[in-house]
Design a protein around this ligand. Structure first.
Ligand code: G1P
Length: 295
């Protein structure tokens, strides 16, 4: 059976989005009509993921509530004849199962993934960061391509990458590829948030990963890295350093990554999804065009 389970870390505090995230998770901020977490789940379901394991934390209960089936709301909408609004709840009945565990201490992304080791056990799995949407309206099959590559090349780690401008490399995990870089390439080394002059390339980790369970062995011995946190990137580097096989898969030109972790990229994400809205996109486009002319 192909990989059908994804870990979705959503335990981060979202401090770069204060005050919006003081009492609500950044993963529940709307991007267009839907909260970020719903975009992520729909993208994963599209790629064949059927089991979702969220790593949550303090103040994140609204994510669980969002994916519950709300019988009262369904009855109310049905009885008052609001079929259109009722159809907006169809996502509740997607063919996926939800599981939740908590990261009890804020020790970093690597630690959040390590919290799932007793539940994932010895199966390969996907990690999809809950604050990043790939492509507009779940049109990306990046995770399905990564799973195919993981199985075809018998890799230990497959990571999604996007090309970023030179000045942005210190915000991401950065790849050092081995040999030529094509849509798929071999990974020699990975470094978390390097200084611009030390970055081995402009290929930045893009929030989607496929792992063999070997990653847990390395996470268990990964010392704190950048920011004093246990970094997933550092554990991947340990897998590679121990002779494990790492493969990079590049996002396609139409698979933009929308990062919701800071206001600059959150605003861009919202505008892009609003412009793509079937009902309001055209009128927003006209409004913005006029608005920008008079700026
Ligand atoms: C995390 C990872 C980083 C990656 C980024 C985007 O950083 O540590 O390697 O490039 O996500 O996928 P964060 O944005 O949580 O600081």
């Amino acid at each position: 059976m192909s990989i059908d389970i994804a870990v979705v870390p959503v335990a981060g505090l979202g401090t770069r989005l204060l005050p919006a995230t003081k009492s609500q998770p950044k993963e529940m901020l709307p991007v267009g009509r839907k909260p970020v977490a719903q975009h992520v789940v729909e993208e994963l379901a599209q790629s064949g993921i059927r089991r979702l394991l969220f790593v949550t934390g303090k103040g994140k209960q609204s994510i669980e509530n969002h994916f519950d089936i709300d019988g009262d709301l369904i009855t109310y909408l049905r009885e008052s004849g609001r079929e259109q609004e009722l159809s907006e709840l169809d996502f509740e009945r997607q063919d996926v199962e939800y599981f939740y565990t908590r990261q009890r201490r804020q020790l970093g992304l690597g630690h959040a993934v390590l919290c799932t080791a007793p539940l994932i056990g010895k199966q390969p799995f996907v990690v999809a960061l809950g604050d990043s949407i790939i492509g507009i309206n779940a049109q990306s099959d990046i995770v399905a391509r990564m799973i195919d590559e993981f199985e075809r090349s018998r890799a230990d780690v497959v990571v999604a990458f996007q090309e970023v401008p030179r000045q942005d490399v210190s915000r991401y995990g950065i790849a050092q590829p081995r040999g030529a870089v094509d849509d798929v390439f071999e990974l020699e080394r990975l470094v978390e948030k390097p200084a611009v002059e030390e970055a081995p390339s402009h290929l930045a980790v893009a929030a989607r990963y496929v792992f063999s369970p070997e990653i847990f062995n390395q996470l268990a011995v990964t010392p704190p890295g950048k920011g004093g946190e246990i970094q997933l990137t550092d554990a991947i580097q340990l897998v590679l350093g121990a002779g494990g096989k790492g493969v990079g898969v590049r996002l396609r030109a139409n698979e933009r990554r929308f990062d919701v972790g800071n206001f600059g990229s959150y605003f861009q994400a919202f505008v892009e999804f609003a412009l793509a809205d079937p009902q309001y996109g055209d009128s927003l486009h006209a409004y913005l065009a006029q608005r920008l002319e008079t700026r």
